[in-house]
Design a protein around this ligand. Structure first.
Ligand code: A2P
Length: 268
């Protein structure tokens, strides 16, 4: 129904996720995840580097939503040595038997460095799907040449203002779904006049327009918020459509938003 897609390995993934980057472990994270589950989110995106997996797990258990109804993503922190051992630690912190998706957080040590361990984590059943983040098209290709089990997603900074068409088409051609992090430009794009104009005309908010743009392209999108009303607002993107004209106006914003290329470097 346009809320989920099937990955190349056959697993289903909900398009909308709550991202919990920079949300401290503890009540703030637990509340955000709990509110998201109550608002209908069925996908939570965390990472070893975020330090908040325990809160995500606690919120999931407290919510009463069945484990099999929620798609949980975590990411291998490439500063550690062994993705398989780290996956087990993540599962303990999360309090789950497996994650739905386990991602190499960034290509430290080269695009293939962590992949053997990722494949072992997959083989052991710790992760139903495996993927990558912050990989360029050439890094994707280098990994695909060496991989036995191919990555099924690439999670990158992506919005109309960071509209990486070449990377998107390279990923889609090679069977990787693209996941858009910082779809609101960490908040910067919400005040853009051209986004606001579309939002106003549709009776929506700028955040909803930016998230809808991603959903309408079939991307998996991970807006982050710790405020209940914003978490709820960001989920209301499946009851309206952007016209082809509005989509192309938004497409045209690429490179015009004071793109923060340094954002990605904060990971590396
Ligand atoms: P907060 O977490 O305080 O609610 P991105 O997903 O691109 O990284 O953007 C996240 C930033 O945008 C956070 O600072 C978040 O603030 C803010 N934000 C998220 N959703 C909304 C919204 N619907 N309206 C206004 N600001 C939002």
């Amino acid at each position: 129904d346009g809320r989920a897609r099937v990955l190349a390995d056959g697993n289903q993934i909900p398009l909308l996720a709550l991202g919990v980057w920079q949300v401290p472990d503890g009540p703030e994270c637990e509340k955000a995840v709990r509110w998201a589950l109550e608002a209908g989110y069925r996908h939570i995106d965390t990472a070893q580097a975020y330090g908040n997996e325990a809160s995500v797990g606690r919120a999931l258990r407290d919510s009463g939503v069945a484990r099999q109804d929620v798609f949980i993503t975590t990411k291998f922190y490439p500063g550690s040595r062994d993705p398989e051992a780290e996956a087990q630690r993540s599962l303990e912190r999360l309090g789950v038997e497996s994650v739905d998706l386990y991602i190499v957080h960034w290509p430290q040590g080269g695009p293939t460095w962590a992949w053997d361990g990722m494949q072992r984590a997959h083989e052991k059943g710790y992760a139903r799907s495996i993927g990558i983040s912050n990989f360029s098209a050439s890094e994707v290709d280098a990994l695909l040449k060496a991989a036995e089990v191919a990555p099924v997603v690439n999670q990158v900074q992506f919005s109309p203002f960071e509209f990486r068409r070449d990377l998107l088409s390279a990923c889609e051609q090679r069977g990787l779904a693209l996941e858009a992090y910082s779809p609101l430009g960490t908040g910067r794009h919400l005040s853009d006049q051209r986004v606001a104009e579309i939002a106003e005309r549709l009776g929506r908010t700028p955040a909803q327009v930016l998230i809808r743009w991603a959903v309408q392209r079939g991307l998996i999108v991970l807006p982050k918020s710790t405020h209940r009303e914003r978490i709820e607002e960001n989920a209301k993107v499946f009851d309206f459509e952007l016209t082809a004209a509005d989509m192309s106006t938004l497409d045209g914003l690429d490179g015009t938003g004071g793109t923060d290329r340094a954002l990605e470097q904060t990971w590396w």
